[in-house]
Design a protein around this ligand. Structure first.
Ligand SMILES: NC(=O)c1ccc[n+]([C@@H]2O[C@H](COP(=O)([O-])OP(=O)(O)OC[C@H]3O[C@@H](n4cnc5c(N)ncnc54)[C@H](O)[C@@H]3O)[C@@H](O)[C@H]2O)c1
Length: 254
């Protein structure tokens, strides 16, 4: 079960955190993995780990927010079966403390970036008459998260994009789902704690861990396991759904 032999997977943001864990797991399950990254060095590091473990893949330097770059990158990927949209950025602020520039940047990477990759992948999936798309939404798309205005708006858009894409391409045998993690311990989390709460890193880490009823953050491997299931042939009846992976955050936080 859950074999990805003879499949080609494209993972954006595969140079770090959740995307890196997904890239490694998919390669271990037999997929040829294409890592798309803003930072070539990060993509190369993921590729090195994949090949050291006996897997196969290619590292691509590409800014997902730029459609020309995305289309050119996908043109070099032979016959993909799976697209996982993990590239994303965070932002802390409320509506009145978020600058227009910051709002635009978050929307460009998280929303436009996901759209650009779907835009480039669909014609390739159509040629194969099959395809799977998995988007990284967030619990921020489902419930109000304090001080995460632009980020929540962007993840809500990804949630709606998932439903739209699932409906539009169902007849073409293309499935589309999303995952909504609560806090997962990655460089993404460490980065924004360091940037936004300097000197209070340990206190904030504890606070963010306890915001999940289960009492800790998730791990990237836990998210990768769910991604593997949703992208595998075993999940062939699943489309147009969002899967919280959240230590009880959405339903039990009261
Ligand atoms: N970590 C969490 O707690 C958490 C929770 C819910 C959702 N998510 C989502 O999961 C995804 C991955 O998060 P993570 O924690 O692994 O983050 P991360 O920062 O560890 O990894 C994100 C990767 O995306 C890449 N990236 C950023 N902008 C890019 C661009 N324009 N083009 C190409 N690549 C780009 C970065 O270089 C980085 O390698 C994000 O979409 C995030 O919103 C994370």
């Amino acid at each position: 079960m859950f074999s990805l032999e003879n499949k080609t997977a494209v993972i954006t943001g595969g140079g770090s955190g959740i995307g890196q864990a997904i890239a490694k797991l998919f390669a271990a399950q037999g997929a040829v993995v294409h890592v798309i990254e803003l930072y070539k060095a990060s993509a190369d590091a993921t590729l090195a780990a994949i090949t050291a473990a006996g897997g196969r893949g290619t590292a691509h330097e590409c800014d997902v927010s730029k459609q020309e770059q995305v289309v050119a990158t996908f043109a070099g990927i032979l016959s993909p079966d799976i697209l996982v949209n993990c590239a994303g950025i965070a932002h802390v602020g409320k509506a009145d403390t978020t600058s227009e520039e910051d709002f635009q940047r978050v929307m460009d990477v998280n929303v436009r970036g996901t759209y650009n990759c779907v835009f480039a992948a669909i014609p390739l999936f159509r040629e194969k008459e099959t395809g799977v798309i998995l988007n990284l939404a967030s619990i921020a798309a489902l419930v109000g998260i304090p001080d995460r205005f632009a980020y929540s708006v962007s993840k809500g858009a990804i949630y709606a994009m998932t439903l739209s894409v699932a409906k539009d391409y169902m007849a073409e045998n293309i499935r589309c789902n999303s995952i909504s993690p609560a806090r997962v311990h990655t460089p993404f989390v460490d980065g924004f704690i360091a940037k936004n709460y300097p000197g209070r890193e340990t206190e904030m880490f504890e606070k963010l861990s306890k915001s999940q009823p289960i009492g800790r953050m998730g791990t990237t491997d836990e998210v990768a396991a769910l991604a593997l299931y949703l992208c595998s042939d075993e999940a062939s009846f699943i489309t147009g759904n969002d899967y919280p992976i959240d230590g009880g955050f959405v339903k039990l936080n009261n």
